[in-house]
Design a protein around this ligand. Structure first.
Ligand SMILES: [Mn+2]
Length: 562
């Protein structure tokens, strides 16, 4: 990398293929370990696993049918994130299809905390519940479920989180990640588990035509949950999302139609990116800022009049979430930039920050400075509540384990963790942890790695190839949108867009010119000059403007040759 200019590239490049004689599609399939039949047309049912392969499915279906027969009150208990509200909606649609009214509860992030707890059981009890069905939670609700049983309430758990302790005393625990589960593909989201329950149940009680139509029409919810919970777009997730994006594009749910409108997305061209960057953040905003119930109400709204109000409210909450997050970030950056030295970990705190947003703050700090970051706020008792985000080179939860004598609780995985620290331990933790990370990461290149699928020749850059590559998608976790590399291009034109925020360029290679767009790249404008020779990492798109389509390269990173 020594030949490159100081500012650029932003990341460490790793090029996976340099053989430009091979078809890009073949290269992608091989590199990602996708089977050849990946590209073949398929029926959804060919690629779905039977719902009865999930543990306790038969028991669970029987208990639901029994509740309906006995006219027992059923309460759905969900969660406040996107998967949680979508799972709740999925279950409500199931009971609507069966023409059996149910109630639902979703916990409040700050007042109630995550998952079914005894206080949640009390709320369900107050509604007259005889059966609680959890969605996207419940696998570790042992205490609450014992309590429900003592009140004469059965609990049916549907969840996808890992089993950590003993199974709870529920009437059924439907979860692909139960320790004894033999389900063939375990990385499905909470909505997908609810969908599987709906599949097993409707297949038993509705006509074939009706249950199939019902299931197909709710793949929009499964798709949203799968993308929001960052599930791998593999195996049956791939099949459900591939069909589900079409269902979402043509959805008849008034709530999703209105949500697409307020998000400014083209209704009929929904991709995984649209869901991840436009729809999911708005559905998440209710739970982060106020009450997730609003998002469930949007998803189950019966007419566009109601739906419009709720979609606008979610959009407003999302905007205030963005503003708040930006002001937190400004505070955090200010505090960090004024601190001494060049520590390899960023630790910031502010007791005014809302607990629901600190993970977004540490995530952005990690991205901006390419090093682990922890953002802390304080809870009602004055304890420090932190959310950590980390880089590939640093397993943050393993590192935190060395300091567990300072924590009231903590947990997480390689790149994310949460912790609570009593006030008198905070500053010593901060100092010792910073010293530890400084030692661990001393002299290491902290820049993130950018995996580049292939070097390309100019004759591989055309609209047909773009369409072929699109067919490898939908892209997402474990099948990311491909990055390509063009080497030794010459910059022929540079233009600034939106007051210098973005850069538009024309580069020449061989006898062809390529139009490039580079979003949020204003800071690099001084590094670029006419006639400069560069290597460009990009994604290839077709840009349709005034009815004419043409190829456009969306730049991800650049390196300038001396
Ligand atoms: Mn989930």
């Amino acid at each position: 990398m020594s030949e490159h200019n100081g500012l650029l590239p932003q990341k460490n490049w790793r090029v996976l293929n340099r053989d430009t004689s091979r078809s890009l599609v073949d290269v992608l399939l091989e590199q990602r370990g996708l089977p050849a039949e990946h590209m073949a047309p398929f029926r959804l049912s060919d690629r779905m696993h039977d719902p009865l392969l999930l543990p306790d499915m038969e028991k669970g279906v029987r208990r639901i049918l029994q509740a309906i027969e006995r006219q027992e009150k059923i309460v759905i208990f969900g969660d406040y994130d996107v998967d949680g509200v979508s799972s709740t909606a999925m279950m409500i649609y199931l009971f609507r299809e069966l023409d059996y009214p149910v109630d639902f509860l979703v916990p409040h992030r700050e007042r109630d905390g995550y998952g079914l707890r005894p206080a949640g059981v009390d709320r369900a009890n107050a509604l007259g519940a005889k059966l609680i069905i959890t969605v996207d939670n419940g696998i570790s609700a042992n205490e609450a479920i014992d309590y429900a049983n003592s009140l004469g309430i059965d609990v049916l758990v549907t969840d996808h989180h890992l089993q950590e302790g003993e199974l709870p005393n529920a009437c059924a625990v439907i979860n692909p990640n139960r320790a004894d589960s033999t389900y063939p593909f375990k990385q499905i989201c909470g909505v997908a588990v609810a969908f599987k329950v709906a599949h097993a149940l409707t297949r038993q009680v509705l006509s074939e035509e009706r249950y199939k139509r019902f299931l197909l029409s709710h793949l929009d919810l499964v798709t949203i949950g799968t993308i929001a919970d960052v599930m791998p777009i593999r195996d049956e997730n791939y099949a459900m999302v591939k069909f589900g994006l079409k269902v979402l594009s043509n959805t008849r749910k008034p709530g999703l139609i209105e949500l697409k409108k307020v998000s400014g997305v083209k209704a009929d061209r929904i991709s995984t990116v649209t869901v991840g960057f436009f729809l999911a953040p708005r559905l998440n905003a209710a739970g982060r800022m106020e009450d997730a119930r609003l998002s469930v109400e949007l998803l189950i709204a019966g007419d566009s009049y109601q739906a419009q109000d709720k979609a606008r409210e979610l959009d407003r909450l999302n905007r205030s979430r963005q503003n708040l997050q930006q002001s937190y970030l400004d505070d955090a950056l200010h505090a960090w930039e004024n601190s001494v030295g060049d520590d390899k970990v960023i630790i910031v705190e502010n007791e005014k920050w809302q607990a629901g947003l600190i993970g977004l703050v540490s995530g952005r700090l990690k991205e901006t400075y390419a090093r682990p970051a922890i953002a802390f706020t304080r809870d009602g008792e004055g304890n420090y509540v932190g959310s950590a985000r980390s880089i590939d080179a640093f397993h943050v939860t393993e590192a935190l384990t060395r300091f567990n004598h300072y924590f009231l609780n903590y947990g997480g995985h390689h790149k994310a963790a949460g912790m609570t620290i009593a006030p008198d331990h905070y500053s010593v933790f901060k100092q010792e942890f910073t010293e530890y990370v400084n030692r661990q990461l001393a002299g290491q290149d902290l820049r993130a790695e950018l995996l580049i699928d292939s070097v390309v020749d100019i004759d591989q850059l055309n609209e047909n190839v773009v369409r072929d590559i699109e067919n490898v998608g939908p892209f997402g976790e474990e099948n990311p949108e491909p990055f390509l590399l063009m080497e030794n291009a010459v910059i022929r034109d540079i233009r600034l867009l939106s007051e210098g925020k973005h850069i538009k360029m024309v580069v020449q290679k061989g006898n062809r010119n390529f139009e490039c767009i580079w979003w949020r790249s204003g800071e690099f404008k001084d590094a670029l000059s006419f006639g400069a020779v560069c290597d460009i990492v990009f994604r290839m798109n077709i840009n349709v403007f005034q009815g004419r389509s043409r190829l456009q390269l969306t730049v991800e990173d650049m390196a300038l040759k001396k």
